[in-house]
Structures are given as structure tokens and as C-alpha cells.
Design a protein around this ligand. Structure first.
Ligand code: FES
Ligand SMILES: [Fe+2]
Length: 349
């Protein structure tokens, strides 16, 4: 049995609802499997294997026609249940004319997909992200293709000690501050939580631009991993105004959602949103733009790492103190792989 490289039995982000209008279709690879996401004209979204049952033409090259998607090659039509509904050249549609369907759920602006065994898909387990429905926040979303393995993206987000180096001009701040900051990582029942507090510190450029801080700030970074997505709440209050005593919402909050969906072993879909509680004219756009700039810097890092790793995948890597959150995350992921192992071996041929 080959080692599994993806966790199958999880809800993954397939895309943003706002990017799939009625009549749209898009072909994407998730976990090495080609999928076509499409939305019927009545507004229902579906996910099917992106390979026509006839001669393997990608259905995503076809068109959505009312409640079905039509292959562009010989015109076979498939419904959202994967069954062929029409073969233009003949009356009889055989039972075998069907493609695989993937369970999907749309919620809070996100389209979630289940890539594992369909009978194990439990829509009650779709992650909840109420920030997208909270009127105290404005949010924007994006989809970045990353030429790096999904685990590298998780490592990147769980260890923010790279901020002063990679993001010096945006959310960074001074390196000394980040060194002095203790990273506390806690294992949860099904997750990892990392907290870093930076009391009485100098605000970084993004914070000054968005919230107009004049003096020193009490800053926080709270990161939560729940397989396989990450939420990061960062922000600050004026120093001494209760940032660490439950008064965070009175200050400047940036809440990031990071949907990490493996595309292949060496590429990843990065679906992220950034929400902020400063709703003044133009601020949510500005925060989003600065965040996008920041994440593009990360994108570049992951790509360079992947190039080196691909040259010699088995070369060892060392851990340093700030990797504690990433290490806990890897331990949890390893446990999930072990739990999935029987299913993986049963599928392997
Ligand atoms: S390949 Fe799709 S209809 Fe022939
Ligand atoms: Fe980063």
C-alpha cells in the first residue's frame, strides 16, 4: 500500500459561493481528483467527477443547461446526481452512463466538499464560521493557488514568528518583539490553539493605517487549527485598555479564515477571507489589500520551499522553539492519518 498523502474524510473548502453564479461551472483538482463544480440555473450547486463517462472529456469544458451539465464532445447530459439524462444520438440511456458525485454543502459563503466515502459525509460536521454572518464585521475573500504542499501552508500559518522577516512592510513589526513573544500552544480535543501576546508594543504599519493607533498597543495573535482549516484572530487595543481581559472587540480586530485544500501533492488551493471590525469607508478594502499583499509574500516562500523539497523530499528538517504549534498540528494530522489507514488500505489496489 502506498502511503496516503491526503486526509480524505474531512470537509474541505471547494470554493467561494460568490464565485459560482447560476449557470457557471469550474474544473478544479482536489486531492488529485478532477472535479467540476457547477450551479444549476435554479441556484443549486453540485460537484461531479470532471470526466465524461463516454470518452473522458472534462465536463467542465461543457455548459450548464438548466438542471444538467452537457459534455461538449458528443452532448451527453448529466444531472446533479451524476446520472446521464440524455444521449442525443440514441433513446436508451444505460445505467452505466454516470459519473461520481461528491457531497457538497454551502454555508456562510463557502462551498464545502467531501472527498472521502460518500456514506461517511455528515453535513452536521461542516465547520461553522459565524464571522461571515456577523454584522459587526466586513469581509472579503480570495482564492490563491499555491505551488506548495498543504502541510507547508499549515506550518506557515501556525508559526507567525516569520512576520518580521517576510512581512516587515505590512503586519510585521520589529524582530526583537517577535523573539521576546512567547508562543503558547495547547492541544484541543480535535485541534490546536496557539496564543501569542505582545503587550505594550509599537503598532505595525497595517494597524496604524486601519485603526489610527497613536501610541503603544497591546497586541494578540490567536491561531486555531481544526482539521484542516485555520482561523487566526489578530488585533490590538490601545495599551492598558483590556485587550487580555476580554475587551478585544473594543479595539482593532482582524479575523482570518484559512481554508486549505490540497490540490496535488505539491500544490494547494488557499481559500481565505479577511474580516475586520473597522467598517469606516474603505478600511475593509484596505485591510484586505494589505492582507493579500502579505499572503502573496507567503505564497512565494512556499513555492521556494517546495522547489527545494522536491529536489530531495527525504532530507531532514529541524524544529525550533516557535514550531511548537506546527508540531502539535502535525501530531494531530498523523493521528488522523492513522485513523483513516484502514479505509485507505481497503481502497488501495
Ligand atoms: S466524451 Fe462526453 S459525450 Fe463523448
Ligand atoms: Fe505569513
Amino acid at each position: 500500500m502506498a502511503d496516503a498523502i491526503f486526509l480524505k474524510n474531512l470537509w474541505y473548502v471547494a470554493g467561494w459561493s460568490s464565485n459560482l453564479a447560476p449557470g457557471d461551472r469550474v474544473g478544479r483538482t482536489y486531492l488529485d481528483e478532477p472535479v467540476v463544480l457547477w450551479r444549476s440555473l435554479d441556484g443549486t450547486a453540485f460537484a461531479l467527477e470532471d470526466r465524461c463517462a463516454h470518452r473522458a472529456m472534462p465536463l467542465s469544458a461543457g455548459v450548464v443547461d438548466n438542471g444538467s451539465i452537457r459534455c461538449p464532445y458528443h452532448g451527453l447530459e448529466f444531472g446533479g446526481d451524476g446520472k446521464c439524462t440524455r444521449i442525443p444520438a440514441q433513446d436508451r440511456v444505460p445505467e452505466t452512463a454516470r459519473v461520481r458525485t461528491y457531497p457538497i454543502v454551502e454555508k456562510q459563503g463557502l462551498i464545502w466538499i467531501w472527498m472521502g466515502a460518500a456514506d461517511r459525509a455528515d453535513s452536521a460536521l461542516v465547520p461553522d464560521y459565524p464571522i461571515h454572518e456577523n454584522p459587526a464585521y466586513a469581509w472579503r475573500s480570495a482564492h490563491f493557488p499555491v505551488k506548495g504542499n498543504w502541510q507547508l501552508l499549515i506550518d506557515n500559518l501556525m508559526d507567525l514568528s516569520h512576520l518580521p522577516y517576510i512581512h516587515a512592510n505590512t503586519i510585521g513589526g520589529n524582530p526583537e518583539l517577535h523573539f521576546k513573544t512567547k508562543t503558547q500552544s495547547e492541544k484541543l480535543a480535535n485541534g490546536v490553539r496557539v496564543v501569542r501576546h505582545m503587550p505594550d508594543s509599537v503598532p505595525p504599519p497595517t494597524y496604524v493605517d486601519a485603526a489610527g493607533f497613536k501610541g503603544r498597543i497591546d497586541r494578540w495573535q490567536e491561531i486555531e487549527f481544526a482539521p484542516i482549516n485555520i482561523r487566526i484572530h489578530t488585533g490590538a487595543c490601545d495599551a492598558g485598555t483590556g485587550a487580555y481581559e476580554g475587551n478585544q472587540e473594543s479595539g482593532f480586530s482582524m479575523r482570518g479564515f484559512h481554508g486549505i485544500t490540497p490540490e496535488t501533492a505539491t500544490t494547494t488551493h488557499y481559500f481565505w477571507s479577511m474580516a475586520t471590525n473597522i467598517l469606516d469607508n474603505g478600511i475593509p478594502d484596505e485591510v484586505f489589500e494589505q492582507t493579500a499583499r502579505t499572503f502573496r509574500e507567503d505564497q512565494e516562500v512556499l513555492e521556494l520551499q517546495q522547489l527545494r523539497i522536491s529536489q530531495n523530499p527525504s532530507a531532514p528538517m529541524i524544529d525550533i522553539a516557535s514550531d511548537v504549534g506546527g508540531r502539535h498540528t502535525r501530531q494531530l494530522i498523523a493521528k488522523l492519518f492513522r485513523e483513516e489507514a484502514p479505509a485507505v488500505s481497503a481502497q488501495a489496489i
